[in-house]
Design a protein around this ligand. Structure first.
Ligand code: ZN
Length: 138
C-alpha cells in the first residue's frame, strides 16, 4: 500500500493530501516547485532510514557535488551505521578533498561497518581503483 509523507513534519498518510492535515504544509506546491535534487536533499532528513539511505545513495550516483555538505552533516550527526556506510560510499562517488578528508576520519570508527567502508574508500584512493558503482547504474 502506498504511503504519503509530508516533507515538513514527516507525517505519514494513506491518502495523498495536497495540504498536510497535521502541519498544514502545502505538499503539492512543494513537490511542484522543488527540483529533483532539492527533493533528494529534503529526503535526507526523513525519519525513515530507508528513505534517507536511498536519497543518500542516489545523490552519490547522480554525481551532483552540491550534495557534499548535506551528506557530511548527516554523516556527522546520524548514529545509524548502515546509513553512515551509504553516505561514505556516496561521498566517494562525489569526490573532492572535503569529502575524502571526512571519510578518512571514519577509518578508525568504533563500528566495523563504518570503519570498513571508510578504509575501503581510502584503499581504493591510494591504489587508484575505481569504485564499482558507476553513474550509469542509476
Ligand atoms: Zn506536515
Amino acid at each position: 500500500m502506498t504511503r504519503y509523507c509530508c516533507p515538513n513534519c514527516w507525517g505519514n498518510f494513506s491518502i495523498n493530501y495536497g495540504i498536510c492535515p497535521e502541519c498544514k504544509f502545502d505538499i503539492d506546491h512543494f513537490y511542484k516547485e522543488q527540483t529533483y535534487f532539492q527533493k533528494l536533499v529534503a529526503a535526507l532528513h526523513s525519519p525513515e532510514p530507508l528513505t534517507r539511505d536511498r536519497a543518500a545513495s542516489i545523490l552519490g550516483k547522480i554525481g551532483d557535488s552540491r550534495a557534499v555538505p548535506q551528506l557530511l552533516e548527516l554523516l556527522h550527526t546520524t548514529d545509524d551505521y548502515y546509513s553512515m556506510r551509504t553516505i561514505i560510499e556516496s561521498l566517494e562517488l562525489l569526490g573532492g578533498d572535503e569529502a575524502y578528508q571526512a571519510i578518512q576520519m571514519y577509518a578508525g570508527h568504533k563500528s566495523v561497518i563504518v570503519r570498513n567502508a571508510a578504509r575501503d574508500v581510502c584503499a581504493r584512493r591510494r591504489t587508484g581503483i575505481e569504485f564499482l558503482v558507476t553513474k550509469e547504474a542509476v
